[in-house]
Design a protein around this ligand. Structure first.
Ligand code: GLU
Ligand code: ZN
Length: 316
């Protein structure tokens, strides 16, 4: 197939400053699943003539692998997925998360908790609630005080106790996913008061991602469907912290032969970007997974040309 090279000038202009992002955790190199998230978010940003930022979510240091960040960046670049602006590292942003935690504390919606997983499981068992194996336990508010107060600021950093957000009553969150349509979750019955700072002192993904998406003025969050069930929690935090709600688009997951989500923990094979030919092959697989059709399939197409065609084909 011969590619008619057109420019992005032909694409519709954005309605208002689109800004997207890709936010990998450096727990290993990119695999087929993370490439789908990278490509989908990149295409959505380019199609909307927006910016695409790269944020390294390296908060959970025990799970991070040395060198993974560098590998991820090299893989993205080999696939032509270049990012705008400076890369942000969550591991360097503790102060920002701490300030958000202090703000929430000032709003009297934080409380400390020393429950272990076992304590929570026992409390649930007493209530006759059994959690299916692959589901997270709904926290039964064991440590929630009858009257919420602002805690002394210096206690927020104390180890050996987690800090949970006290949900208001009737936290029924509804949102529209651009791909999946109407979504809803009742945080009280499906999640419970969730942790913002762990007992080992680490800020949780939920808090950090909300603070960063807001601080970076992210308007569109395009990511894998495995993160869909976190969205209601994130919207809840946005509302309490007074942040704007971004648009959400969750992409189809890549499953392995057992029907399990590909992940770095299950040692999913890294994508092969050793040369242009292999990078293009990986991009083509990711594009097929995203449902893109009629993309240039010849050997001679450059990655830039292919990406341009994919951008035109994206959600048109
Ligand atoms: N860091 C998360 C992950 O790698 C993605 C966060 C997000 O896109 O909201 O699974
Ligand atoms: Zn507790």
């Amino acid at each position: 197939m011969i590619l008619a090279v057109s420019t992005l000038k032909n694409l519709p202009s954005p309605t208002g400053g689109y800004r997207g992002r890709f936010a990998p955790s450096p727990t290993g190199p990119l695999h087929a699943g993370s490439l789908v998230a990278a490509l989908g978010s990149w295409l959505d940003a380019r199609k909307n003539r927006g910016e695409w930022l790269l944020r390294i979510e390296d908060l959970d240091t025990p799970r991070c692998i040395p060198g993974a960040t560098r590998q991820i960046q090299a893989q993205l670049l080999a696939c032509g997925l270049s990012w705008d602006g400076e890369v942000i590292y969550q591991s360097q942003r503790h102060d920002v998360y701490q300030r958000a935690l202090e703000r929430l504390n000032g709003l009297q919606c934080l409380y400390s908790c020393t429950c272990s997983r076992q304590t929570i499981a026992n409390a649930l068992a007493k209530l006759g609630i059994e959690t299916p194996r692959n589901q997270e336990m709904v926290y039964p508010s064991t440590c929630r005080p009858a009257h919420l107060i602002s805690n002394p600021t210096d206690s927020l950093g104390q180890l050996q106790q987690a800090w949970r957000i006290a949900l208001t009553q009737n936290c029924h969150i509804e949102f529209k996913d651009l791909a999946l349509g109407s979504q809803s979750q009742n945080l009280n019955t499906e999640v419970g008061d969730f942790v913002l700072r762990r007992s080992d002192g680490l800020f949780t993904y939920q808090l950090a991602v909300v603070v960063d998406d807001a601080e970076q003025n992210i308007t569109h969050i395009v990511r894998g469907k495995d993160l869909l069930s976190n969205t209601a929690r994130q919207i809840y935090l946005q509302e309490i912290l007074g942040y704007k709600r971004p648009e959400y688009l969750h992409l189809p997951l890549v499953l392995d032969e057992h029907g399990e989500k590909l992940s770095k923990q299950t040692l999913a094979t890294k994508i092969n970007t050793q040369d242009k030919k292999h990078s293009l092959m990986e991009l083509r697989k990711a594009a097929t997974h995203l449902g893109l059709q009629d993309l240039p399939d010849g050997e001679n197409v450059t990655i830039a040309e292919w990406l341009l065609a994919a951008t035109h084909a994206w959600r048109s």
